[in-house]
Design a protein around this ligand. Structure first.
Ligand code: GCU
Length: 676
């Protein structure tokens, strides 16, 4: 019989009661020692389970099932969970069907599907949801996280402690943490992971050689057993730095032979290896331009070599001139990705994926969605988000990102074909739909709670859930995360959710105004410095003078608007229809310009910055109401960080308001305190 029986009685209550306060960290490991099932019983399960014993994921299910649903003490014929491998094309490779009648049945085509079904069932039970049937198939094929971890243990733009993968230019070999992390990712449906920084330094360049192969194999075995494909970021100049060639030209036969050897050696050791992530010709990283070649030449060379092994090449579009002369008003960094990659549409192999940042600059609190989405129609594509809060509070401010991602995925490009909305066209505009999806720069580090700010675990949770199911709302995900993480009264959960849901808007209000971006301290990207980047080489200017502020990216300016569909182009081009919160991204306007909300720009700037601080102050009061309900560790973690956020919000408010008061000479209508 194809049955897997466990006993159900009382466990509902038990799980609710024992619910781990740190959902993300080690919920299972805490229980592991006390696991009531012996190895022998495990094997018995396995036999009735009838999945290939060599299948890593089946083994994961067998190991974790009894731990997840442990403490089920009494036999009950009517309360069993049955895992069934079936053949149902509609479920695809990862989908599952959970049916609850007298018993609970999880069905899928693959063990990976069963694994996702198991976590989903567990979650539904913890949430106390009643249901008869859940059929679930992921909306996006690739659901990835990019780590920017360096082997010396640092993480580029990481603010939650050291790397969980590396220390002292070696693998850290804390396999327990890696294991916990893999489980965490699988429980929310993540299926791909690149494990080193896109800026590939000296030691990391050797990750593709045999120097670290044993550790890589261990990593791969752990992640594979949770259905996660492993990728490496590579250094385009490796043929020179480790191959002792004088060139890295992708059309040079010696270079191709170098990569051929590297790739075949890697796949010999790790046949399930995912492939490469490449940052080329970007911010000082080497690339094909040095040899007069295009990005298609570079990416296609890797693709051809990886293809026989089933590997893919993920090629980043974050390509722009980072040595711009601020005096030269003809250059617009925002145009760069489209200008470089749009002409190459249709020229990439079917195992190349272009990875495109959500906006055309760099993860600011508010940016328009990149025009490459909707523009590219014959190229595999992935949208790139950033879990780590580089420009948005660095794990010291609450910044729940689901609303940012929803905004991007739900964005209607208004091209005259269907689907024209980003979440749909990622797949439909890709030449191979399985090579499309979403990725995000990672956030976790060695900090005890993974994310430094307890509440920011919600971003990992929401990211995975949303990649899987694009219809979920920000509110639903925030509520569920709160319920999975804390045991609170209904009002308590409401408070947590409310803080999360409003946090992006709060941050936007006290940050750089109306989509202009980049008023942060150079390099560290934390705290305000209005002119910090104004006369620098990075192409991120606000052009404020005594009359007004903003970038003219309209048809009379850099013509960036013309990269959009004609409908969007007209909307953004016209100051009357351009959304208020993006106005300064697209236009230079005077301080007394009337916004769509009826206020003048300058008054809007003042109002927003005062309101931003007031909102953080309110969070502090709201959080205090939870003091007796929430566990102490979480309580003090968040209250300390809210205090810090409050101080920082005041700094933003005062510097921005004073700056614009001095430039414009226009007073606040309400006579609030603006320093002069
Ligand atoms: C940002 C970030 C860099 C990073 C780069 C990238 O500019 O500040 O640290 O390397 O993005 O996405 O490659």
């Amino acid at each position: 019989e194809n049955l897997f029986k466990i006993f159900f009685q009382h466990f509902f209550d038990f799980l609710k009661e024992k619910q781990d306060k740190r959902y993300m960290k080690g919920i299972l490991d805490k229980m592991r020692d006390k696991c009531w099932l012996s190895k022998q019983v495990d094997r018995a399960f396995f036999n009735s389970f009838q999945i290939d014993s060599k299948d890593l994921i089946s083994n994961t299910i067998i190991k974790e099932m009894p731990i997840l649903f442990k403490e089920i003490e009494k036999v009950s014929q009517n309360a069993a969970i049955l895992f069934q491998l079936i053949q149902d094309d509609s479920l695809g490779e990862e989908g599952f069907n959970i049916k609850r009648c007298e018993s609970t049945i999880i069905q899928a085509n693959t063990s990976k599907g069963l694994l996702y079904g198991m976590y989903r069932l567990y979650e539904e039970i913890l949430l106390g949801n009643q249901f008869k049937e859940i059929i679930s198939i992921p909306d996006q094929s690739i659901r990835m996280i990019n780590h920017w971890d360096n082997m010396d243990g640092t993480i580029e733009r990481g603010y939650a402690g050291e790397s969980i993968f590396y220390a002292n230019n070696q693998f850290r070999r804390d396999w327990t943490i890696v294991h916990e992390y893999a489980r965490l990712l699988a429980s929310i449906g993540i299926n791909a992971l690149s494990i080193n920084n896109v800026n590939v330094h000296k030691v990391e360049t050797r990750l593709i050689t045999m120097d670290f192969i044993e550790d890589l194999k261990t990593m791969n075995a752990i992640f594979s057993s949770y259905g996660i494909k492993l990728f490496l970021s590579i250094n385009f100049a490796s043929p020179i730095t480790i191959g002792r060639l004088e060139t890295a030209d992708p059309l040079d036969e010696r270079v191709q032979n170098f990569w051929q050897k590297i790739v075949s050696n890697l796949y010999k050791e790790i046949p399930t290896f995912g492939g490469f992530v490449v940052k080329a010709d970007s911010e000082g990283e080497p690339g094909p331009f040095a040899y007069g070649r295009g990005h298609d030449d570079g990416a296609n060379m890797f693709a051809e070599i990886l293809k026989p092994f089933g590997g893919i090449c993920i090629w980043r579009c974050f390509v722009y001139n980072c040595k711009q002369d601020w005096r030269d008003r003809s250059i617009d960094r925002a145009r760069a990705a489209y200008d470089h990659f749009m002409p190459l549409d249709g020229r990439f192999s079917d195992n190349v994926i272009l990875q495109i940042k959500l906006g055309s600059l760099d993860f600011q609190v508010k940016e328009p969605v990149s025009p490459l989405f909707g523009g590219l129609r014959k190229t595999n594509q992935i949208i790139e988000f950033q879990l780590t809060q580089e420009y948005t509070g660095q794990q010291r401010a609450v910044y729940y990102q689901a609303p940012v991602w929803k905004e991007a995925l739900d964005f209607d490009t208004k091209h005259d074909y269907s689907p024209s909305v980003v979440k749909g066209l990622l797949k439909s505009n890709s030449i191979d739909s399985k090579n499309s999806g979403i990725c995000a720069v990672g956030v976790v580090g060695m900090d005890e709670n993974w994310t430094h700010h307890k509440l920011m675990q919600s971003n990992i949770y929401a990211y995975g859930k949303l990649c899987w199911d694009n219809q979920l709302t920000s509110e639903e995900m925030a509520n569920n995360w709160s319920k999975l993480s804390f045991i609170l009264s209904d009002q308590g959960h409401k408070t947590v959710s409310e803080i999360l849901i409003t946090s992006r808007e709060t941050y936007r209000l006290y940050n750089a105004p109306n989509g202009v971006g980049f008023m942060c301290k150079p390099h560290i990207h934390y705290g305000p410095d209005v002119d910090g980047y104004e006369y620098d080489r990075w192409g991120t200017y606000h052009f404020a003078d005594r009359n007004g502020i903003g970038n003219n990216r309209s048809k009379t300016g850099t013509k960036y608007v013309e990269q959009y569909s004609s409908q969007r182009c007209e909307e953004y081009h016209n100051v009357k229809t351009c959304p208020d919160d993006l106005l300064l991204w697209f236009h230079y306007v005077k301080y007394d310009h009337k916004l769509q909300n009826g206020k003048t720009l300058i008054q809007d700037i003042y109002d927003n910055h005062f309101e931003g601080v007031e909102r953080v102050q309110k969070y502090i009061a709201q959080w205090q109401t939870l003091e007796n309900e929430i566990d102490e560790e979480s309580y003090s973690n968040v209250s300390g960080l809210l205090d810090e956020q409050y101080d920082m919000a005041i700094e933003w408010r005062d510097q921005i308001n004073t700056y614009f008061f001095r430039k414009s000479g226009i007073s606040d209508k309400y006579n609030r305190n603006i320093y002069n």
